[in-house]
Design a protein around this ligand. Structure first.
Ligand SMILES: [Zn+2]
Length: 283
């Protein structure tokens, strides 16, 4: 499942192909993805100019000149493929439709944006831009981890009285938006906090240290995504994960990468999800 950095990378990849350009043709090739697609979606998109492309948590929002915003969620397997005469970093010649190409947008700049999703856990919706934040998928989301609201005071307060393990707390999208399993493991290793530790039993100073850890891990992953974007000229926009940057995730049995630690990364299961951590330096 793409996490915040991957979604941000896709947003940045789409930006030069979409922003400032008019959707000259929209092809909506099935009535639903995870949920039904909006009524009259193709005609509502056609002729609209994309004014802005922004991200909220793991959602991309294209603000349109029609005063509506196209909300895009990649889900488990959704891909945005850019083809044609697209400006920007990743594109390929226009290719014949593939089986799981569900929504196709032709831009007046010559780019074709194709949403391909084999498993159809992805979603698209059209919502009035002015009330986009009230969309059912967005309304309950907590602050952005890279935004100004999310700071040390906020996190210390939010974790007070929480009896759940810190890993579960950080995965709670109401507490902070967009953190998923992989990057929470990375963040807790960076901060030296055991994923099993009860949230309300972590000293305030250590909780505060989570904030820069979260910002650093996400910022580095976004930067890695940016460099992979440049390497994907030949690829189809499916940027995937930036495996090389993981310090604990998927590294069970391998040595801890914290200088001087000497520990071995362990895998446990919490709430049905894999957790990777170093028992030696995460307390
Ligand atoms: Zn360690």
């Amino acid at each position: 499942m793409p996490e915040l950095p991957e979604v941000e990378t896709v947003r940045r990849g789409l930006e030069p192909a979409m922003v400032g350009h008019v959707i000259t043709h929209a092809d909506v090739r099935r009535p639903d993805l995870r949920w039904p697609l909006p009524e009259g979606m193709a005609s509502r998109l056609t002729g609209a100019r994309v004014l802005n492309l922004r991200r909220r948590s793991k959602y991309i929002l294209a603000d349109l000149s029609s005063s509506e915003s196209l909300l895009i969620h990649l889900g488990m397997s959704g891909r945005m493929v850019i083809s044609g005469e697209a400006p920007g970093h990743f594109f390929q010649p226009i290719v014949p439709m593939e089986k799981h190409d569900h929504v196709v947008l032709d831009m007046d700049g010559g780019a074709r944006i194709t949403f391909n999703d084999a498993r159809r856990f992805g979603a698209m919706d059209l919502v009035a831009t002015a009330s986009a934040d009230a969309h059912p998928l967005l309304v309950a989301l907590g602050p952005e981890p890279l935004g100004n609201v999310f700071d040390e005071t906020y996190l210390v307060t939010a974790l007070r009285g929480r009896k759940t393990p810190i890993k579960s707390a950080l995965l709670d999208q109401k507490l902070v938006a967009g953190l998923g399993n992989i990057y929470v493991c990375e963040v807790l290793h960076r901060a030296g906090i055991a994923p099993t530790r009860r949230s309300d039993r972590i000293a305030a100073a250590r909780v505060a240290a989570l904030v820069p850890a979260i910002r650093t891990v996400l910022t580095e992953a976004i930067a890695a995504g940016g460099s992979s974007l440049r390497d994907h000229r030949q690829a189809n926009g499916d940027l995937g994960y930036f495996q090389h940057s993981f310090r604990v995730y998927g590294r069970a049995g391998q040595p801890c990468l914290r200088p001087g630690c000497g520990g071995t990364i362990r895998r446990i299961v919490q709430a049905g999800r894999s957790t990777f951590y170093c028992p030696a330096c995460q307390r």
